[in-house]
Design a protein around this ligand. Structure first.
Ligand code: COA
Length: 315
């Protein structure tokens, strides 16, 4: 397939590090050097599904495609207000599409998994035009009393429209179960038969373990995929990595031995917006004219699970 349109929408409320230090024992002097984050956009009176629908419409406009031409919608999302119906069904109605749709929960690696699915469905001859929307609200998963976690995240939606083509050169997916390193637990409705005690636990994270996993998984996925394709990191024009922490991005860059200018980033303005991070960055680079036709892009993301993946494509 090939990507022919991108779109993104971020919430209007900007929360700076200084604003966090008004109610948390934290500071810009702690957050910025350790993460590269200066501010994040946080959902206030918006609804996540509205951001997702708007991002989808922008991507369709950019692609010059009508919603009725879509064959499949894949929505990557960890949590939203609805348990059911799926967010992809809500997006389908919001944009006026009629095609089948599916939600996936692959945490921060969702865009890569969605690209892989779209490419696989296309290769199987089942679809021609696919819309991917990654819409995430991680700021509703963390405790805003926990400085270890809440300072890292921001919300947003990013979308891409794909059609037939041979621009996706390859994808690689990985997973390594580590359920105690990054998780959130919510309680479900009680039944008369539930006897065990249940408690909701906001997002918990073993930061240094996640950091090490992220660097190893992402640099490994990119290297292995490039090798499979008979390419090296030198052949890549831009690396679009999951925007979790500038130090993680820099460590992956060191592992790959590549120059700084090949790694566009926006973590300073968004924090970690889970699976929306990669398509928001892709859209920003696209709209700023940073991507030239024929550029080789390597995308990579990692997150809870642990799950990770990489994709190499020609722009
Ligand atoms: N403000 C001030 N202090 C904070 C803080 C905050 N927001 N968050 C944590 N601290 C404190 C801790 O309580 C701890 O204090 P202690 O040593 O007294 O126990 C100390 O800072 C830890 O500092 P340090 O060891 O320098 O942290 P770090 O270098 O490991 O950086 C992270 C912490 C979270 C920034 C880093 O581990 C990280 O980015 N991990 C990956 C997280 C991630 O990307 N998750 C999502 C992946 S999809």
């Amino acid at each position: 397939m090939k990507i022919i349109g991108t779109g993104s929408v971020i919430p209007k409320k900007v929360v700076t590090n200084d604003m966090l230090s008004e109610f948390l024992d934290t500071s810009d002097a702690w957050i910025y050097p350790r993460t590269g984050i200066k501010c994040r956009h946080v959902i206030s009176d918006e609804k996540l599904e509205d951001l997702a629908i708007e991002a989808a419409k922008k991507a369709l406009d950019d692609a010059g495609m009508k919603a009725g031409e879509l064959d499949f919608i894949i929505c990557s999302n960890v949590v939203n207000e609805y348990v059911t119906p799926s967010l992809s069904c809500i997006i389908q109605g919001g944009i006026g599409a009629t095609c089948p749709c599916i939600d996936i929960n692959c945490a921060c690696a969702g865009f890569i998994y969605a690209l892989d699915m779209a490419e696989s469905y296309s290769k199987a001859g089942k679809v021609k035009n696919v819309l991917i929307v990654c819409a995430e609200e991680p700021t509703r998963m963390t405790s805003w009393k926990d400085r270890n976690v809440c300072v890292l995240f921001g919300d947003g939606a990013g979308a891409a429209v794909l059609t037939e083509g041979d621009n996706i050169k390859g994808t690689r997916l990985s997973a390594a179960s580590a359920t105690d390193k990054l998780y959130q637990i919510r309680t479900l409705e009680p039944t008369p038969y539930i006897t065990k005690e249940e408690t909701s636990i906001p997002m918990q994270m073993k930061g240094q373990d996640v950091f090490k996993f992220a660097v190893k998984a992402s640099s490994g996925d990119i290297r292995h995929l490039l090798e499979e394709l008979g390419m090296t990191p030198d052949d890549v024009d831009k690396f679009l990595l999951h925007q979790a922490n500038i130090r993680i991005i820099n460590a992956i860059r060191d592992q790959l031995g590549q120059p700084e200018e090949k790694f566009p980033h926006n973590v300073e303005n968004h924090g970690n917006s889970s699976s929306a991070s990669c398509p928001i960055l892709l859209d920003e680079c696209n709209k700023k004219g940073l991507l030239k036709k024929g550029d080789i892009l390597a995308l990579s993301a990692f997150g809870a699970g642990f799950i990770s993946g990489a994709a190499v494509l020609e722009w």
